[in-house]
Design a protein around this ligand. Structure first.
Ligand code: 5GP
Ligand code: ZN
Length: 112
């Protein structure tokens, strides 16, 4: 846990959030400023600043997060599909420096 990290505090239940899912390693919650009709994020409970800060020992954890994405998305009504975004670093538009996977859906996605 990083003392000054807002997502660490959310994952620890110290800051309220609209929770989607929780287990021992992972926490998922709705984005406070949704960019789509459904927009939530999946984060590891361990503080990993970004994808660029992940190590080989995080391989299983990252795999679990990706495998959870379609399961949680379906639970949020996104059985027909969803967009997955991981912003990495300032150059990637990352604002909160705690690794998070955005899951967006429920609207008409812009082509990429
Ligand atoms: P990033 O730009 O770092 O990939 O995404 C950070 C996301 O976190 C943004 O979409 C922003 O709306 C969301 N966010 C920032 N602070 C909070 C918060 O306190 N609670 C929740 N639920 N979302 C937050
Ligand atoms: Zn953190």
């Amino acid at each position: 846990m990083s003392e000054d990290c807002i997502f660490c505090k959310i994952a620890a239940g110290e800051i309220p959030s609209n929770k989607v899912y929780e287990d021992g390693e992972v926490y998922a919650f709705h984005d406070i400023h949704p960019a789509a009709p459904v927009h939530f994020m999946i984060v590891p409970k361990e503080h990993i600043a970004s994808l660029a800060h992940a190590h080989a020992r995080h391989e299983a954890l990252l795999g679990r997060i990706l495998l959870l994405a379609p399961i949680l998305a379906k639970g949020q009504g996104l059985g027909g599909g969803f967009r997955t975004i991981i912003n990495t670093g300032r150059g990637g538009g990352q604002e909160v420096m705690h690794l998070h996977v955005h899951i967006l859906g429920g609207g008409a996605p812009r082509p990429m």
